[in-house]
Design a protein around this ligand. Sequence first.
Ligand code: 5AD
Ligand code: SF4
Length: 499
Amino acid sequence: MKPKVDLRKIKAEELKTIDLDTVDINLEAPDFEPQRQYYFMAKCREWVREFERKYGRRPFAFIQTFGCQMNAKDSEKLIGILRQTGFEESPQQEEADLILYNTCTVRDNANQKVYGHLGYLQTLKKKRPHLIIGLCGCMMQEAQVVEKIQKSYSFVDLVFGTHNIYKLAELLYGRLKGKSMVIDIWESTKQSVEELPARRKYAFKSGVNIMYGCNNFCSYCIVPYVRGRERSRQPEEILDEIRRLAADGVKEVMLLGQNVNSYGKTLEEPMSFARLLRQVAQIDGVERIRFMTSHPKDLSDELIEAMRDCKKVCRHLHLPLQSGSSRILEQMNRHYTKEQYLDLVERIRQAVPEISLTTDIIVGFPGETEEDFQETLDVVRKVGFDSAFTFIYSKRTGTPAAAREDQIPEEVVKDRFERLLKTVQQIASQVCARDLGKIRDVLVESVNDHQEGYVSGRLSSNLLVHFPGDASLIGQILPVKLTEAKGFYYMGMVNKEAV
Ligand code: 5AD
Ligand code: SF4
């Protein structure tokens, strides 16, 4: 028999390669991270083994992710922990033994979707009483949501928030040993536990958290309340993670944060996002760098220069506008005017002429008039976005805008929303055709589900391209001739001479 390992004596960097079956789980749990979580993964394995003996297979886990890229990244971490524990991922919740919903709460319809699904989960649990149901993420950071779950959805087993997703194994163990719902919500945290297993959805691209939280308090937005204050990771820690990803075959990284342009401002040794970007660009093996999201108020000339100089930085910038009216922007607490936004776009275009710009726009913010809305349309026409995510303003309890009395009637908002969508689509279909006939690099992402014998990939501008090919091309960057512009995507053909 192999000697048993005391996790309290193991260094963090050795944990990723440790065989959890050798861990001595009769000792006390380490009181420091990430060792403590590996200990609980080993503890949960006992339950997994018992499950295997009983059912003749491993337990299946199903994770449903709602919301943004940050949540997608969090889900990769959750899946990593579950796999390490012995679960297998299942694409179908109907056959799962553990279902986890990683929720979003940025707009009310995200909450409604989760409540809608919960009814179905209850029927699943009736059929499969051993099913473990967990809810985590942004929506769970709202006290009234947790109250409602306790009261009306008592079949839920696990509830945790955004600050402690790394504790999944410990919480799961608590549920397996106890009988009642386990709830663990933190108001805030200074700690981020990173050295835990993660399961990448794609072998060739990965998101990398560079910061957590947001300090901006835009008056409509609930994110600062549910994701907490801004915390930047140490640059060396980020660069090490990217080096490891590159060594593991990752070609494209997406640097993630609610407001990447203010990266590093709160570090003991302050550091700018532009400097971080230049350092990431020096890592061998990384061929494409993207980042999300940029706040216009913090987008510096230093960053524009870094984007211009680093050819690995993709020619795409997501720059949320929210509104084109300076009056509304001020009430939104955005700290820029219409003119400043347009001027910023101008400066970016001068430095990086081929840049593709995308944006987020909200219609129906309290007090928005037809004139304000016309200003938004004006910016949309002047900038010529490649695409825009358009949202109907959603009242979020606890935000300053929600308390206003001048909320806009639903039919007025709907009418504006449709006009905005039409304008955005009209312009985008023209703008997106600009590379027609050209040869451009495409990172192949998947086989095309709709057209046999085709694959799909992305341009540096983030637009999709479909072209003949097979699964062996996935993960490669290929020169593709863009033969047909279809509005929001291209059809193409690999350029054989350039390969
Ligand atoms: N209502 C509508 N849209 C919102 N967003 C954030 N909060 C709200 C809200 N209360 C949008 C913003 C942001 C995007 C992620 O979601 O446009 O950029
Ligand atoms: Fe919300 Fe504004 Fe922070 Fe973006 S910058 S997450 S819109 S508060």
